[in-house]
Design a protein around this ligand. Sequence first.
Ligand SMILES: *Cc1c(COP(=O)(O)O)cnc(C)c1O
Length: 382
Amino acid sequence: MNAQDITVPQADLGAAYRAQKDAIDAAVSRVLNSGWYILGQEGAAFEAEYAAWLAAGGDAPAMHAVGCANGTDAIALVLRGLGIGPGCTVATVSHTAVATVAAIEMTGATPLLIDIDPKTFCIDPAELLEAIRNPPPGLPPIRAVIPVHIYGHACDMDAILGPCREAGIAVVEDVAQAHGGRLNGRMLGTIGDAAAFSLYPTKNLGALGDAGITATPDAQLAKRMSAIRQYGWHKRYISDEVGVNTRLDEIQAAILRVRLPLLDQGNARRREIAAAYDAALANSPFAVPYRAPGVEHVFHQYVVRVPNREAVMERLRALGVMTAIHYPVPVHEQGAYTGRVATGPSGCVETSRAAREVMSLPVFPEMTDAQLEKVCSALRML
Ligand SMILES: *Cc1c(COP(=O)(O)O)cnc(C)c1O
């Protein structure tokens, strides 16, 4: 097939599986033959390997990781572990996967949606500070903040941590899109009080089904989370506190153990693709993704702002390049939330603008050089 005929998908999960087929098949077979399918040796080994990987390099503290069923549950599990629920407000952004907000409400807490910095698409620390100083009337006290490292770009953690520590507010990183990303050399997910990662198949580190993991430097919190994830059991069949069921299965853990050692090289390939897009867009009217100082971006998505988005997406499709929108409607404008969930003092104006303009180009580590060249030449025609 020649280059004109190929269509470049926005993501290609099958390519990732095929690239690792032998190792993944062997891992799955090992679990199937073991006779143990949920919360066993594979899960425990993956948790230990993930915690060690998080703490390696930079000046991160020793970490503890607790696996669970998916990324949404991981956020809720951290909040429950911190004792956050009814009577608490949790601040986050509206420019995120709806999962972040759904997880807050799963615990019974009240979400407060803060606007984003239009350059990074991450939570605006100035507005967060304003909401901490002058909480919106009628809301319970703010007990936690969830900065979302959206698209693989770190939030401005220095500006967030100071005021939160001062006010006794927990900081829970949503790292669902930023496994392996760094800020000033420090691995994301090791900076706040705790972190939640989705391991959904599309993420930078993805299972072949649902999975999630939490991480924290706090051993007590980790212990509490591992009890809560299974009915509140500290001892089998004995619930000392109220728990839920959000367990990690052994097949997914075994697959993730194959993939974790490949994550850094996958992220490096994502950055290579991003650099090629930067160059291809250099003379276009579209701004390339901003990288704040000290940020090591992992390009879960490569996102450009395009005012005439529908026309550009159609033109790229005609040129054989598929794109996506993350996300077309902000959480506070979706039917389940609108008019009900509180927004910060600015009313999420930048969030709404971003939702109208963002477009995600194809990024996946298995993208071939021919596919990459195809996207770049299409971008040069815009
Ligand atoms: C994917 C995602 C989640 C939720 O993860 P699931 O595994 O789908 O439950 C949460 N937050 C963000 C930012 C995500 O991208």
